[in-house]
Write a new protein. Structure first.
Lengths: 273, 244
């Protein structure tokens, strides 16, 4: 049984735009899925159906076998933890500790468990030194880490990240990448919505391409990312390393530039200017 | 509820006769309806004013939106009735007061629904209001949809953390607004700071009297409409004072 299942789902925005059109999608437990597409493709709208913030106009969405209409947003959010794109839309508490505790209290955890989960989340995401800082005074990278920490604190079955790399510098992107790899090692179900294919490329996720509210492709990263025409028509830019691998006719994708250089050296030997 | 009120007051571009009038004429129309509402002292007068208010709303194809805002204001109308009854007024007087309140809401809404923020700015400038005040006022209206969008996003984000805004008693519900209001206010303050810097970087305040792309000019249509409004208002005032 799929953990999350969209069956012929359509959704109309208040301004009458069809944000989702007959979407069919299944996500299994422990899967890493990237939902990619240009602006306005319907990615965030799709994500918001997973935790019940939006309900489909037609079709059905099921989480863990049950229709989302059977749950409140609070109940679904316990299963599907959604990290929003804009950290500033969530942070309000007096301290990082309080910020992480907020969701846990809403979900009814006892004070002792709230405390232990808060401490664990801060340790895990390197926020201990910031525990008494006001979240609104943190840097962009620290805010993003906090937002992920406060969602994972209640240990949702699914972790959904909406455009996690927006506004993040290279160092923070690398930190995010390491975090996601850790989640994958822990066999968590992770869904990443992004148009940053360079970030997604090393993760080699199952990739769902959306355009105009529809799912236009769904498959392994290698086949999707190597399809230049598909990506271009969906408003996406092929990752440089994917393009390089394709151009060099490498059978395996390059995770980074060093791998590409090693491949070249192995194939063609060293080249001295 | 806030969204419905906002949708009811938001300007929507249309090409009706009312929309195309000079904003000063629309302002005079709204003020005239406002004054008629205040002058009415019995049920018949207020009823006539109410019907008269619907006429420009129908021409502006905005009657449904206006009625939605008025319908929402009925709660306050009921409050007015109750307060007046408690203060010793009769039921008829109380209802007249409530209807007057609804007419004031309708006449004010009519202006905002048919006048764009740009037109509003021109009118305020024509009234020789201080430039900074006019800019601040017009910008604040322009940013209402942005704030509403922020509010929606914030509510979504906090609901995703288990916050249930519609549960609990009155005290709990008010407390539950804190995680929504703080991010909203902080984001607004940050945005206003950034906007101020952007405006300064684009020369705001460089000269005392900047030029304007558009100026208000009355056409024959505007003069005719103004004459109808003034004559109609005068006739109704006479009717209210000496006949009804």
């Amino acid at each position: 049984m799929a953990l999350i299942e969209f069956e012929d789902v359509s959704y109309k925005m208040p301004n009458d735009v069809m944000a989702l059109k007959h979407v069919n999608l299944k996500v299994s437990r422990g899967e890493l899925v990237a939902i990619v597409g240009g602006n306005g493709a319907g990615k965030t709208t799709l994500l918001k159906h997973m935790n019940g913030l939006l309900k489909p106009a037609s079709g059905t969405v099921r989480v863990d076998g049950r229709l989302i209409t059977e749950f409140s947003v609070a109940q679904l959010s316990k299963l599907v933890g959604l990290v929003f794109q804009n950290s500033d839309h969530q942070l309000f508490a007096e301290s990082v500790k309080e910020e992480i505790a907020f969701g846990l209290r809403n979900f009814g955890y006892q004070p002792s468990e709230v405390e232990s989960r808060v401490q664990y989340a801060m340790r895990r995401f390197g926020l201990e030194s910031l525990s008494e800082r006001a979240p609104l005074t943190l840097s962009g990278g620290e805010k993003k880490r906090l937002c992920i920490a406060l969602v994972t604190a209640w240990d949702p079955v699914v972790l959904a990240l909406d455009e996690p790399t927006v506004g993040q510098d290279h160092l923070n992107k690398m930190r995010l990448l390491a975090l996601v790899k850790k989640f994958i090692e822990e066999r968590r179900t992770v869904i990443i919505v992004s148009h940053d294919l360079e970030f997604l490329w090393p993760l080699q996720p199952r990739t769902v391409v959306m355009a105009g509210g529809r799912v236009v492709a769904d498959g392994p990263a290698a086949s999707i990312f190597n399809n230049f025409a598909l990506l271009e028509s969906s408003g996406l830019r092929q990752p440089q390393l994917a393009r390089l691998a394709l151009a060099l006719q490498s059978s395996t994708p390059f995770d980074n530039v060093d791998e590409a250089v090693s491949w070249l050296k192995q194939r063609y030997g060293s080249y001295h200017v | 509820m806030a969204k419905v009120i906002y949708e009811g007051l938001k300007f929507r571009y249309k090409t009706t006769l009312i929309h195309r009038l000079d904003p000063r004429v629309k302002m005079v129309l709204s003020i005239a309806l406002f004054a008629l509402a205040l002058l009415g002292s019995n049920f018949y007068q207020e009823a006539i004013t109410f019907v008269v208010t619907t006429v420009p709303a129908v021409i502006a194809k905005s009657l449904r939106r206006l009625m939605r805002v008025v319908a929402l204001s009925v709660t306050f109308g009921v409050f007015v009735v109750v307060i007046n009854l408690v203060a010793g007024g009769t039921i008829v007087e109380s209802i007249v007061l409530a209807v007057r309140f609804l007419e004031i809401v309708a006449s004010t809404s009519l202006f905002f629904v048919t006048t764009s923020p740009d037109e509003l700015e021109y009118v305020l400038r024509w009234l020789r209001m201080p430039r900074d005040f006019v800019f601040a006022f017009a910008t604040s209206i322009r940013f209402v949809p942005v704030l509403l969008m922020d509010l929606t996003q914030i509510i979504d984000a906090q609901r995703s953390r288990g916050l249930e805004l519609d549960k609990g008693g009155p005290i709990k519900r008010i407390r539950n607004l804190i995680p929504v209001l703080i991010p909203l206010i902080v984001n607004s303050l940050v945005r206003s700071g950034e906007l101020a810097e952007a405006m300064e970087s684009r020369g705001y305040g460089a000269v005392k009297k900047p030029t304007s792309m558009n100026t208000l000019r009355m056409t024959v249509r505007d003069w005719v409409a103004l004459a109808i409004v003034l004559l109609g208002t005068t006739a109704l005032i006479w009717l209210y004072l000496y006949v009804l």
